[in-house]
Write a protein that binds this ligand. Structure first.
Ligand code: PLP
Length: 477
């Protein structure tokens, strides 16, 4: 660590501990250099860097003061909010995906695996036999769905030690429908749901569309949701359910430790709460590191497990499932009245594919693949992004969260990169109050150090630096 970085560390520590607060004047350069036994130049350099990250303000001839409204300010306890977003994320993600030449944006998996080709061969076979001799009695595959597929899901989908029974599983159109059905089965419009924050935007929009309110509970790598805050929120408000993505979390990439999951289950019991467990990335965690699902710890049927084949096979086939525990009948009925069924042909092809011995090999390949992509990607990010970018290295999955200095706007970066054919996801989508506006999320599922991808990362680094310099010019000298 350079000496001026030690000075920054000292100031940040004081901010975090509350000994320096918003509007406080910082020690003079001479005083601090004497206190820390460093040169005046090191203190000046540290103060300028902190000014550039938007942590402190310069006042000509007076010195520096702590800027209000930064991450160091004492946060207000979260409270229920109605989400008013409309189709923002659909607009943003949809348009970026269509125009992108280099995709670091939405959470698509790599689709170049042999295992995926095998699925399509299986589907092709079914289609050809259907053309040759149509199944004249084929009709909706009514919920809960194809028995063979449900059996395979129970047997093979690494449900984190949960002993799943095929009869408990309902097939859905992806995890998104599973989550939506779960929410609808336990809430009425106006009810309050607690989520992690940052939270996958698809979930926030689903909560919005159902007329629910949300309390966003801060969540951090490496452990996930802040259980103390959740506990005090549960004392204060009537919360219907907690919705979590505890494995290979989107966007932070953490795996919630098992002891925290046990505490959450205990809290849910005390407050008679449902838990919606979104495990859509769970199978990407290497089996040796795979922790228990909340579902596997649940003895009362209050955990609703949701997952899909989107991240391990293809998001385009829209196959997912929900294991609703005590809410089975409501969810099954809602599935029926919402979409009648999920494509029987797709379900059958997936069942045959999962039955083949290659399924397990395919999953292992994916796990290794993303582990290696992560190492490559993080190295390249460190090379190309400016020092002010805080890169969160994920435990698992293929998503990386980058926090920039507070005054840098991820929406602006998104727009600038989009105009150059590079998609990224703006952090603002992951919260209701612009609290992640200075963040971006990057997908490295297909990252292979190609010249084109490296050029795109270098460009991202340049654009971030330009924005940082621009902001520095705007702030008072
Ligand atoms: C955390 C999370 N949950 C749910 C979904 C929706 O998944 P599906 O494609 O299975 O509907 C996604 C998609 O990216 C996701 O990231």
């Amino acid at each position: 660590m350079k000496i001026y970085e030690k000075v920054i560390h000292h100031i940040e520590h004081q901010l975090r501990s509350g000994s320096l607060q918003a509007y406080d004047l910082l020690p003079s350069v001479r005083n601090l250099s004497q206190t820390l036994n460093v040169s005046k130049n090191s203190v000046i350099r540290a103060y300028l860097a902190l000014e550039q990250t938007g942590t402190i303000l310069a006042h000509p001839r007076k010195g520096f003061s702590v800027k209000p409204d930064t991450e160091y300010d004492q946060p207000q306890p979260p409270s229920p909010q109605k989400i008013i977003r409309g189709a923002t994320s659909l607009d943003i993600i949809g348009s970026a995906q269509r125009q992108a030449d280099v995709v670091f944006g939405s959470a698509n998996p790599d689709t170049r695996f042999k295992g995926r080709q095998e699925f399509y061969k299986q589907l092709n076979k079914l289609v050809r036999s259907e053309i040759k001799s149509p199944a004249i009695h084929r009709h909706y595959q009514a919920p809960p769905g194809d028995p063979q597929l449900r059996q395979q899901i129970a047997k093979k989908t690494h449900s984190g030690h949960a002993e799943l029974n095929p009869d408990e599983i309902i097939i859905t159109n992806g995890a998104q429908e599973a989550i939506s059905l779960a929410l609808r089965s336990i809430t009425q419009p106006g009810d309050i749901i607690a989520t992690e924050s940052p939270c996958f935007y698809g979930i926030l929009q689903c909560i919005e569309a159902l007329g629910l309110q949300v309390v966003e509970i801060p969540s951090h790598a490496p452990d996930g949701i802040d259980l103390d805050q959740l506990s005090s929120i549960l004392e204060r408000w009537e919360i219907k359910a907690v919705l979590l993505n505890p494995h290979a979390n989107n966007p932070l990439g953490f795996n919630m430790p098992d002891n925290m999951k046990s505490s959450l289950i205990a809290l849910a019991k005390t407050h008679n709460l449902a838990i919606i467990e979104d495990d859509v990335f769970g199978a990407l965690i290497p089996t040796s590191q795979r922790q228990r699902t909340l579902k596997s710890m649940d003895t009362e049927g209050r955990v609703i497990l949701c997952s899909s084949l989107s991240k391990i096979l293809d998001s385009d086939i829209r196959l997912g499932w929900v294991v609703p525990g005590q809410y089975f009948d409501q969810v099954n009925y809602l599935k029926y009245v919402t979409t009648l069924a999920t494509s029987g042909l797709m379900q059958h092809a997936a069942a045959l594919w999962m039955e083949s011995a290659n399924f397990n090999r395919h999953i292992k390949q994916l796990q290794n693949h993303y582990k290696q992509r992560k190492i490559l990607f993080i190295e390249s990010l460190k090379t190309y992004l400016p020092i002010e970018a805080h890169i969160n290295c994920p435990d698992s999955g293929f998503l990386c969260w980058v926090a920039l200095p507070p005054h840098i706007n991820g929406d602006t970066l998104f727009t600038r990169m989009k105009s150059e054919g590079i998609s990224i996801t703006p952090g603002s989508l992951f919260g209701t109050a612009q609290q992640f506006q200075h963040c971006i999320r990057l997908n490295f599922s297909t990252f292979d150090n190609s010249a084109k991808q490296l050029r795109a990362l270098a460009r991202l680094g340049e654009v971030i630096s330009e924005e940082i310099n621009l902001q520095a010019q705007k702030s008072p000298a």
